[in-house]
Each structure stands twice: as C-alpha cells, then as structure tokens.
Design a protein around this ligand. Structure first.
Ligand code: ZN
Ligand code: FE
Length: 234
C-alpha cells in the first residue's frame, strides 16, 4: 500500500503539486514531479524520508525543476517516459507504455498519454487505486496542447475513461477554481461544494474519484472525436 502526500509548489502562481509516495511495506519512497526542491525537502524532513526515486510525468520545467537538487541530496534515481529521456534533467531510467515499475511492494503501471506533450506518461498504481495524471487531466479541465494533436489528447483521455470509477486521480496543478463556474446539476453542485470546502481550508481538491470526474469534467463527456473537437473549439 502507498502513502501519498501532496506538496504544493509555486503556490499562488502555477500551483503545481508534487507528490511524495511511500510504499508502506518497505518504507521506500519516491517524489513525483518535484516542481521545486525546497517544499519537497521540507516535507521529506518532516516525514524523515530519503526518497530513492524521482518520477516525472513530462519534461516541462514546472514538473522537473527540483530534479537535480533532489538527486544530489538524496542520491535518487530519476525515472521518466522514454521519449523524455534526452530532455529531462538528470534522467536515469526510461519507462514505456505498459511497463510496470516497482516502488518497494507497490507497483505503477506506465500509461503513455500524448497530447499535452509527446511522451507524457501517467503513473497508475492499480492496486492502490491511484492515478497521477500530470498535465493531461486536471480537476474539471485538461492540459493545453503544447506538442500533441486534438486526436492524441482525445485518445489519452479515452485511456483514462476506461479506468475504474473508484480510482482516485492526482493532477499536476490545482486548477479546480477555474472550472467551478461551469458546473451544473446535482452532481456538479456536490463537486463544487466539496471543492470550495477543501480550497477554503487550504487543502488540495485532489484526489477525486474518476467516476465523479467523468460526470463533471466537460472534456471527459464527449463520446467521439467530433464532439471532442467541438468542446476544444468552444
Ligand atoms: Zn506541463
Ligand atoms: Fe505543468
């Protein structure tokens, strides 16, 4: 089983989340997407943890800028999607779609999800029902198309939609506030009420169950590419 701690980075500007993951059976830890080093180091110190790995979802600076400092401080190995091996600072190990990466006794399945970037990967801990979506899926929105096409993003979102409804997802940014105005209906009201409560307490809205996100996130609603094009154009 995994212990998951969100760490807010770049608070008030980009509002990134890094995540500290610890395999409870062995105590082996990893940091996912260390946007900056200082808040990650503070949390590691608080939990008395020395992470063995750094996992990245994609190469953008706001997900990897803490890599080198943390690698040097902890001797952590940096694990990235194969397409990013040459362009993520300090990258040591490449993983590909369908690979399983072991963190102690916990296991992450690697899901390639092009669109925001080419070679973006999702980290899916099936047994723990936890999915780290980087900049592909946010609460109530999705990441912009920096490198990929609308078709690729649609394909990536379909991979997420196929996962069970009780999987909890952990996005790369706190962008929930931007989507709250668009919510409607009883499910939307529930989502908004919970999100506002969490945000006003200074807590991450994540994690939310994929089942709830599938109902409330407008980008997960389309059932075909034509409908997805329409929502992307609106
Ligand atoms: Zn990004
Ligand atoms: Fe980002």
């Amino acid at each position: 089983m995994l212990k998951i701690t969100p760490i807010l980075c770049r608070a008030g500007t980009m509002d990134n989340y890094a995540y500290l993951l610890t395999d409870k059976a062995t105590g082996i830890s990893a940091v996912l997407d260390p946007s900056e080093a200082a808040p990650v180091i503070a949390e590691c110190k608080r939990q008395n943890i020395c992470p063995a790995y750094i996992f990245n979802t994609h190469h953008h600076f706001d997900h990897v800028e803490g890599n080198l400092e943390l690698k040097e401080k902890y001797g952590a190995k940096i694990v990235v999607g194969a397409a990013d091996l040459h362009r993520i600072p300090g990258a040591d190990i490449a993983v590909e779609d369908g690979d399983v990466f072991k963190l102690g006794e916990s296991e992450a399945e690697i899901i390639r999800a092009d669109g925001h970037t080419i070679g973006h990967v999702l980290w899916y801990f099936e047994k723990d029902k936890a999915l780290f979506t980087g900049d592909v899926l946010f609460n109530l929105s999705i990441g912009g198309l920096f490198e990929g096409t609308v078709e690729q993003m649609y394909g990536s979102l379909q991979k997420i939609k196929k996962l069970p409804d009780d999987v909890m997802f952990y996005p790369g940014h706190e962008y929930t506030p931007y989507g709250l105005q668009e919510l409607f209906g009883p499910a939307g009201d529930r989502y908004a009420a919970r999100a506002r409560e969490r945000l006003s307490a200074g807590l991450p809205v994540a994690p939310i169950a994929l089942g709830e996100e599938k109902i409330c996130n407008p980008y997960l609603a389309p059932c075909n590419l034509a409908e997805f094009y329409q929502i992307m154009a609106s």
